[in-house]
Write a protein that binds this ligand. Structure first.
Ligand SMILES: [Mn+2]
Length: 284
């Protein structure tokens, strides 16, 4: 039925293997976007800073939406985590904020793609397993986690294709909690251990991926995280611009995130105070 509808309307609903969904809360006048919180079981600064951001969102709850662009959890492999340590506080904080009237959407990231219905039931957020199309004022925005843009990391892209199949999800649902959490610790250890600045380009978004995104009609702004290197600039970097690329920093580094309201898009600190825009950078 979907296929029929798509062929009739000519609408594509996926890019680089990521299914796209549309926001249903574009009427909110303030949008707060954050990414890569990597909240560990012990909580810490990432959770403290998130509390600060959510408390401010609750002040104008009905006017505000929050979009978390993936990797909210340091790693998530089992629903038992929702009751453990600071993760239980994280769930409670999201639930309180949703209940106050703030609209919250959580995209899954590469570390927490097994989030599912239990998380939704406990928090009241909308969970998005792909990309989110939204309006920010006049802008037509696509928000992605960003891992799908890192096309040079071929090993990861291959692993992603089979890790996201239905049977892995089913297996995640029946694994004993201890096993699931052990697997998660292994994933986390690997992702900390393999970063090599000299090969950073391999783990960055590619120009080909950005071209693919901006080949979509009705799209002028791309927002993503994942690569942990904030930037803001036109796409393409030379020639007539087709749009703007905004890369969010990892929130757990200093609480920096993005605020969109009537005055446009502004990088802000954990307390909502404006920061200078980060520099544009070249994607190759
Ligand atoms: Mn990530």
């Amino acid at each position: 039925m979907d296929l029929l509808t798509d062929s009739m309307t000519g609408c594509r609903d996926e890019v680089l293997g990521t299914r796209l969904e549309s926001a249903t809360d574009d009427d909110r006048s303030v949008t707060v976007l954050l990414s890569d919180l990597h909240v560990p079981r012990t909580g810490g600064a990432a959770l403290d800073d998130l509390r600060t951001v959510l408390a401010r969102a609750r002040v104008a709850a009905e006017d505000t939406r929050v979009v978390i662009a993936g990797d909210l959890f340091e790693v998530y492999t089992h629903k038992a985590q929702l009751r453990m340590g600071a993760w239980a506080q994280l769930v409670e904080e999201l639930a309180r904020t949703s209940a106050a009237g703030v609209s919250i959407t959580v995209l899954v990231g590469n570390r927490d793609f097994l989030l599912g219905p239990r998380f939704v039931a406990r928090t009241g957020v909308r969970l998005c397993h792909g990309g989110l199309r939204l309006r920010l004022g006049e802008r037509r925005v696509l928000c992605l986690h960003g891992d799908e843009l890192c096309l040079r990391d071929e090993g990861y892209q291959r692993a992603k294709a089979w890790l996201r199949t239905g049977w892995i999800r089913a297996l995640g649902g029946v694994l004993p909690a201890k096993v699931g959490i052990k697997i998660g610790e292994r994933i986390r250890a690997n992702s900390h251990g393999t970063f090599d600045p000299a090969r950073a380009a391999r783990y960055d978004a590619t120009a080909a991926a950005l071209d693919a995104v901006f080949s979509f009609p009705d799209l002028d702004t791309l927002v993503f995280g994942h690569v942990h290197r904030e930037s803001r600039g036109p796409w393409p970097a030379v020639g007539p611009p087709r749009g703007e690329v905004v890369v969010l920093p990892a929130f757990d580094e200093a609480g920096v995130h993005l605020r969109a309201d009537g005055s446009g898009l502004t990088f802000v600190d954990r307390d909502g105070c404006p920061l200078p825009d980060p520099s544009p950078r070249q994607f190759t």
